[in-house]
Design a protein around this ligand. Structure first.
Ligand SMILES: CC(C)[C@H](C(=O)O)[C@@H](O)C(=O)O
Ligand code: SF4
Length: 494
């Protein structure tokens, strides 16, 4: 008898279950564990107190990102500069000590391979299709873009994975997000995922694993897929997935930690079997028409508060759900926006291009395409471009993108989480607005009182040039609009 058709999620899940318990929970094997400085110190301390070691240090990779300043890290003599904030300094020092103490590979802040953990994993070939990947960080969902079942875990689970290389989990429900049609000129993966979150809602995917399906994702670069899956957590989902294909394999082949030789061939042969079978069942399916999507921005303090750039700030009274009415009214008060205001009239004083959502080479190219030969508007006080890793930075510099940014009035920074969240010196001043390529527009996310509008890198660049939220399609040169994705994945890899 033919076996039951399975989804991509079910195939990866089944391949990793070590033990099914009577209560429905499963002990699941974890293939890859990424560790950063914020959620790991207590986990290592607990191991130390219990006299335990790390079960598979070779499957664990540590890299600092959240707390690192993105200004110069060494002085003129190459000596490391101190970290001013005490808690940040302690967390960073703890990771630097814990990694070698427990035999884990550690990428130092001064190493060209350092970067945001979710940029570094795929870039190093550490994150692979068909694997289970965890990290004490919600945006671990990003790695689903290469076809891995990847999700964030809490600090006690970090300890559990370090000690046992397993986790106790319950199987998730599945949701298919089927996107038909094609994205229009100038519409990027970020616009697509913002639009999807607007449709699904931040609670829409709760506890589920979303598989993004359809020709748009098949045509998308790995960078774009990482952007989409990165934000699936903002739809409440446990993880996001896109089936691995030739685009994925050519992105990964030859990366430092990817398999080689016959191991590579065997891996690719298995990865090819992972795609969802015809006839496999999802618990829920959401259908979206790509051709209806415009450049998308947020107006409120939740990632589901999205609107097309040509739209207006909504009236809270227009929402049918009373709790949403209340939330929208609160959001608008915090954002200092009046219902009915055209989004394009919203002036911004800050621009942040970076974060694990949009700091890969293709993102920097898209922003630079808009900025080339232009300058930021006078009203824009602070604009920074923060590459997702040292390798992305190096690649961008080789292409002259750093000059495009600095000529346009941007600061060109060292890799890290930066102004995505206020855990390091890069903060948006209270009461000011920021056009940001990050993934969360929560109250105080970019600093106390800061007001965040989420958007794509090209849209953030357009806002920098005009000083207000702007439809990038009105600014774009024909060539930058025609190629929203870099066509050749090899070219777009650092
Ligand atoms: C600090 C970290 C635990 C947090 C997360 O889990 O996502 C951060 O990365 C974020 O984006 O808010
Ligand atoms: S860049 Fe932002 S979203 Fe990504 S891991 Fe860092 S803080 Fe979290």
């Amino acid at each position: 008898m033919a076996s039951k058709p399975r989804t991509l999620y079910e195939k990866i899940w089944d391949a990793h279950v070590v033990e099914r318990r009577e209560d429905g929970t499963c002990l699941v094997y974890i293939d890859r564990h990424l560790v950063h400085e914020v959620t790991s110190p207590q986990a290592f301390e607990a191991l130390r107190m219990a006299g335990r070691s790390v079960r598979r240090p070779d499957l664990t990779l540590a890299v600092p990102d959240h707390n690192l300043p993105t200004t110069a890290r060494v002085d003129a003599n190459g000596a490391r500069l101190p970290i001013a904030d005490r808690q940040s300094a302690q967390q960073l020092a703890a990771l630097e000590k814990n990694a070698p103490d427990f035999g884990i590979r550690y990428i130092d802040s001064t190493d060209a391979q350092q970067g945001i953990v979710h940029v570094v994993g795929p870039e190093q070939g550490f994150s692979l299709p068909g694997t289970t990947i965890v990290c004490g960080d919600s945006h671990t969902s990003a790695h689903g873009g290469i076809g891995a079942l990847a999700f964030g875990i809490g600090t006690s689970e970090v300890e559990h994975v370090l000690a046992t290389q397993t986790l106790l989990l319950t199987p998730s429900k599945t949701m298919a997000v089927e996107v038909s049609g094609e994205l229009g000129p100038g519409i990027t993966p970020k616009d697509l995922i913002l639009h999807i979150i607007g449709v699904v809602g931040t609670a829409g995917g709760t506890g589920q694993v979303i598989e993004f399906r359809g020709p748009v994702f098949e045509a998308m670069s790995v960078e774009g897929r990482l952007t989409v899956c990165n934000m699936s957590i903002e739809a409440g989902a446990r993880a996001g997935l896109i089936a691995p294909d030739d685009t994925t394999f050519s992105y990964l082949e030859g990366r430092p930690m990817a398999p080689r030789g016959s191991d590579w061939d065997n891996a690719v042969a298995w990865w090819r079997t992972l795609a969802t079978d015809v006839g496999a069942r999802f618990d829920r399916t959401v259908r979206i028409d790509a051709s209806e999507i415009a450049p998308t921005v947020t107006w409120g303090t939740s990632p589901e508060d999205t609107v097309a750039i040509g739209g207006i700030v909504p009236d809270p009274a227009g929402f049918s759900d009373p709790s949403k009415q209340e939330a929208a009214a609160k959001s608008l008060a915090y954002m200092d926006l009046a219902p009915g205001t055209p989004m394009q009239d919203v002036a911004i004083e800050n621009v942040f291009i970076g974060s694990c959502t949009n700091s890969r080479i293709e993102d920097l190219r898209a922003a630079a395409d808009i900025l080339r030969g232009r300058r930021k508007a006078d009203g824009v006080k602070w604009a920074i471009a923060v590459p997702g890793s040292g390798l992305v930075k190096r690649q961008a510099e080789a292409e002259g993108l750093d000059r495009v940014f600095t000529d346009a009035g941007f600061e060109w920074r060292e890799p890290g989480c930066s102004a995505c969240l206020g855990m390091n010196p890069d903060k948006v001043p209270p009461g000011e607005r920021c056009a940001s390529t990050s993934n969360r527009n929560f109250v105080g996310r970019q600093g106390p009182g800061a007001r965040t509008h989420l958007m794509s890198p090209a849209m953030a660049a357009a806002a920098a040039v005009t000083g207000h939220l702007t439809d990038v399609r009105e600014l774009a040169t024909p060539s930058s609009v025609d190629t929203p994705f870099h066509p050749n994945p090899h070219e777009s890899s650092p």
